[in-house]
Design a protein around this ligand. Structure first.
Ligand code: UD1
Length: 422
C-alpha cells in the first residue's frame, strides 16, 4: 500500500479529442473512508471490496495503522483487523493531511470510552466547522476538552438520546451514527444527512450486527449496544466520479457509457445535465452520455443530498462555460469553494464571483495553459477544461486529484483522451 506524495507530478493534456467508449466507476471515496473507520468498532477482521487505489484511502489506512490496526490492501480489497489497537490518539500530522480522519472519533469513543483527535485545520474550500460532531457527542454524554490543538473526548458509557442537527452535515451524521451504535439505548438523529454514502455506512454497520433504521431519510434511529462482529462488504460506486466522466463526455463531443454505479444517486445532477442539453440515457447501473454541439445556460445551486452535489460544482462550471448565454452557479454548502475560478479564467473562461454565486458567461474559447489544482474537485475541473481546450494544458499539484480519482489519466486515455502524467 503506497501513498503518492510526489508534489512534482503533473498532467499533460492535449485537448480536442472526442471521447468514446465505456468507463467503469471505482468505489466511492466518501463511503469507503467511513467504512474503514467503522471497522474500529469490532475486534474481528473486516473485508471491504471495490476499494479504490486513491490517496485518501491510503491516508485512512495510515490512521488505522497508527491506532494499531492491521491493514492490508491488494487489488481493490481491503482487509482490516482492529483487534489489537494500542492508542486512541490521532495526531495532527495525519489529520492535517486528511480532514476526514476526524471520523474515527465516534467509533473510538464508542469502543474505548476515549478518543483524542487533533483539531482539523482549515482547508482550501473554507473553514469547515465540527461543532455538530462535538455537540452531538456531548448530548450523548461525552466530556469534551479542547486543548493544545487536540480534541479529547471521554465517556464512561455513551447514552442514546435525541440529537437535532441544525444542518444535515455528512460527517456529523456519520460520526454520531457510529457513536450511537456503541451507546446504551436508542439514539435519534434528526435532520440527518441523506447522502447515499450514509446509507452505505448504515448497511455496513448493519452487516456487522448493528440495528439502524431510516438511513437515507432525515430521521435515523440507532438502537445501540448490539454486539458487533467482522463482515465482508462491497462499497457502492462513486457518483461523483461518474458525474465527472459524464461532463468529460459532454465537453468532448463524445458518447460515453459510465457504469458500475447507481444513477439514482445522481438524479439532480442528471436533470441539470439534461437541461443544459446533454443527452442522458439511464440504465440500471450505468448512464449513456451523448454530447451536443449546442448547450444552454442554466441556474444551478448546490444543496445537501438529494440536491445538486457540491462535489460536482467545479466540474459543471467548465461545462457551463461552453453554453450559450450566462449561467449562475450558487454554492450553498461550503463558504468558499471558488478558489479555482482564477485558474479557469487563465484558460479563457469568463467567470465572475459575487459572494456565493459564480456568474459564467458562455461559450468561451478555452486555450491550454499551465494551471494548478487547489483541491480535489477543482483539480478535476481543470483536467476537464484541458480536455476541451485548444493546445496543451499542464495541470500541477495533481496529488490533490489523486486523493480521490483512481487512475484518472488511464481511464480518460482509454476513452480516447490525450493525457499523461509527467
Ligand atoms: C463530506 C464529503 C465532501 C462533501 C461534503 C458535502 C467526505 C470525506 N467528504 O464532507 O466531499 O463535499 O460532505 O456533501 O465524505 N458544518 C458545520 N458544523 C459541523 C459540520 C459541518 O457547520 O459540525 C458545515 C461545514 O462547515 C460545511 C457544511 O456544514 O459548510 C457541510 O459539511 P459536511 O456535510 O459536514 O461535509 P463533510 O462531511 O466535511
Amino acid at each position: 500500500m503506497a501513498l503518492n506524495t510526489n508534489n512534482e507530478e503533473r498532467y499533460l493534456i492535449r485537448g480536442g479529442n472526442e471521447l468514446k467508449g465505456r468507463v467503469r466507476v471505482s468505489g466511492a471515496k466518501n463511503s469507503v473512508l467511513k467504512l474503514m473507520a467503522a471497522s474500529l468498532l469490532t475486534e474481528e477482521p473486516c473485508r471491504i471490496s471495490n476499494v479504490p487505489d486513491i490517496g485518501d484511502v491510503h491516508i485512512m489506512g495510515e490512521v488505522l495503522r497508527h491506532l494499531g490496526a492491521r491493514v492490508r490492501y491488494s487489488q481493490g480489497v481491503l482487509e482490516l483487523d482492529c483487534g489489537g489497537l494500542h492508542t486512541f490518539q490521532t495526531p495532527y500530522s495525519l489529520v492535517r493531511r486528511m480532514r476526514a480522519s476526524i471520523i474515527v472519533m465516534g467509533p473510538l469513543l464508542a469502543r474505548f470510552g476515549r478518543a483524542e483527535v487533533a483539531m482539523p485545520g482549515g482547508c482550501n474550500i473554507g473553514s469547515r466547522k465540527i461543532d455538530l460532531h462535538l455537540g452531538g457527542l456531548e448530548q450523548m454524554g461525552a466530556e469534551i476538552n479542547i486543548a493544545h490543538g487536540n480534541i479529547e473526548t471521554r465517556a464512561s458509557k455513551l447514552k442514546g438520546t435525541r440529537i437535532f442537527l441544525n444542518f444535515p452535515s455528512v460527517g456529523a451524521t456519520e460520526n454520531l451514527m457510529m457513536a450511537a451504535v456503541g451507546a446504551e439505548g436508542v439514539t435519534y438523529i434528526e435532520n440527518a444527512a441523506r447522502e447515499p454514502e450514509i446509507q452505505d455506512l448504515a448497511n455496513y454497520l448493519i452487516s456487522m450486527g448493528a440495528s439502524i433504521e431510516g438511513a437515507g431519510t432525515p430521521s435515523i434511529v440507532v438502537e445501540g449496544g448490539h454486539p458487533l462482529h467482522g463482515t465482508e462488504y462491497r462499497v457502492i460506486g462513486d457518483r461523483i466520479e461518474a458525474g465527472t466522466f459524464a461532463i468529460a463526455a459532454a465537453l468532448s463531443k463524445g458518447e460515453v457509457e459510465v457504469y458500475d454505479f447507481d444513477p439514482q444517486h445522481l438524479l439532480m445532477f442528471l436533470e441539470a445535465m439534461r437541461s443544459i442539453g446533454v443527452g442522458i440515457e439511464e440504465g440500471d447501473r450505468s448512464i449513456k452520455v451523448t454530447s451536443s454541439p449546442h448547450y444552454r445556460s442554466a441556474q444551478i445551486a448546490t444543496l445537501p443530498y438529494p440536491g445538486f452535489p457540491t462535489d460536482l460544482q467545479p466540474q459543471i462550471m467548465v461545462l457551463l462555460s461552453q453554453a450559450q448565454g450566462t449561467s449562475v452557479l450558487t454554492e450553498n454548502v461550503f463558504e468558499s469553494r471558488f478558489m479555482f475560478v482564477d485558474e479557469l479564467n487563465r484558460m479563457g473562461c469568463d467567470i465572475r464571483i459575487d459572494g456565493h454565486h459564480a456568474i459564467i458567461k458562455g461559450q468561451s474559447r478555452l486555450t491550454g495553459a499551465e494551471v494548478y489544482a487547489t483541491d480535489l474537485r477543482a483539480g478535476a475541473a481543470l483536467v476537464l477544461a484541458g480536455l476541451a481546450a485548444e493546445g496543451e494544458t499542464v495541470v500541477g499539484d495533481i496529488y490533490h486529484i489523486e486523493r480521490g480519482y483512481e487512475r484518472l489519466e488511464d481511464k480518460l486515455t482509454s476513452l480516447g483522451a490525450e493525457i499523461r502524467k509527467v
